[in-house]
Design a protein around this ligand. Structure first.
Ligand code: NAG
Ligand code: NAG
Length: 309
């Protein structure tokens, strides 16, 4: 039997093998050439080490913020007013609570535009802290609100008041899937949904829907302090009215000109542009479960919730 390794391989595979061999040869020649130039001196080694970009410590990215880290595009945000910390205030901070993918970053952006005060977070997202949210990781009254995706009594105890931002689970979960796949303003490609025959996406929806309902019901039912509920839809439909309601709840007076400026810049840089291509990855069964959970949560938002201020 003759040894003919290429028999049985189709054309593209053959080209791939040939390409691989060429690349290996190229780099071998290259490294031989480098060796001829002699080993680098200690000074050269040092210079190379300092040139290497610093790596991002994983632990700085919280479990909720995990996923492919991508620096956001470096647009300069134009702020309506110079951002600053709030003066010394007694008491615990105000929580800005939401399930991930519910417009939390957008609301923080709008609040910073309108008030000029920085917003904090129980997380330390480096991408955000370098792009308009330098008070990431600050959890005290020196910031206007503190972002959290957490729930439970230990979390409640950290805060005096809560601003709860609720988005319908179907949109929130898809937005969160996009974020984990493509960064804060990116999109998940269709093959992401097809991963392991769709089982990955199925589990993602089931797990996140459970957490979506738990988080929202826990804050609605068990948080003892004043609570203001805002839906993402309200924020989109009538940004001015929604923002005014939040500012009133926070007790911050904003000059009309600055509010006007914030509204003129309301698009910001953190909203995912809605795409013409509508990808609907939800099955009928998923959609029924999403709707049922949505009804349970939205019916727990009583009209009186926003009067407990
Ligand atoms: C708030 O927290 C930050 C960071 O943890 C700290 O630097 C700052 O001094 C604190 N401010 C107040 C008023 O407690
Ligand atoms: C938002 O606007 C749409 C269309 O105008 C309307 O159907 C919907 O009820 C509004 N939602 C809220 C929460 O105001």
């Amino acid at each position: 039997m003759k040894c003919r390794p290429f028999v049985g391989l189709n054309l593209s595979l053959r080209l791939l093998v040939i390409g691989y061999v060429l690349v290996v040869v190229f780099f071998s020649v290259l490294s031989l050439h480098q060796m001829k130039k002699g080993a680098p001196t200690p000074a050269e080694k040092q210079a190379r080490a300092t040139l290497r970009p610093p790596s991002i410590p994983r632990r700085l990215i919280s479990s909720f913020e995990r996923g492919p880290f991508r620096p956001l595009r470096r647009w300069r945000i134009e702020w309506c007013a110079q951002l600053q910390f709030m003066g010394a205030q007694p008491g615990r901070p105000v929580a800005l609570v939401s399930f991930p993918g519910s417009g939390n970053t957008w609301l923080r952006y709008l609040l910073q535009q309108a008030t000029g005060y920085l917003t904090g977070s129980v997380y330390n997202d480096l991408g955000l802290s370098k792009n308009g949210f330098p008070a990431e990781g600050v959890v005290n009254r020196s910031v206007l609100v503190v972002k959290t995706h957490e729930y439970g009594s230990d979390t409640h105890r950290q805060f005096d008041k809560a601003l709860l931002l609720v988005r319908a689970p179907q949109q929130a979960i898809q937005a969160e899937f996009n974020r984990q796949s493509g960064g804060h303003i990116g999109f998940a490609s269709p093959d992401r949904y097809a991963r392991s025959e769709g089982k990955f996406w199925q589990r993602f929806v089931a797990l996140n829907l459970r957490n979506w309902e738990r988080l929202n019901l826990d804050w609605l039912r068990n948080f003892p302090g004043p609570t203001h509920v805002l839906t993402y839809q309200q924020l989109v439909n009538d940004t001015e009215h929604a923002l005014k309601g939040v500012l009133q709840f926070l007790g911050v007076a904003v000059p009309p000109r600055q509010l006007q400026c914030a509204l003129e810049h309301k698009e910001g840089i953190y909203r995912r542009r809605s795409r013409v291509r509508r990808l609907d990855p939800f099955t009928a069964e998923m959609r029924a479960q999403l709707k049922a959970a949505e009804r349970r949560v939205f019916s727990a938002i009583s009209p009186s919730t926003n009067k407990r201020t």
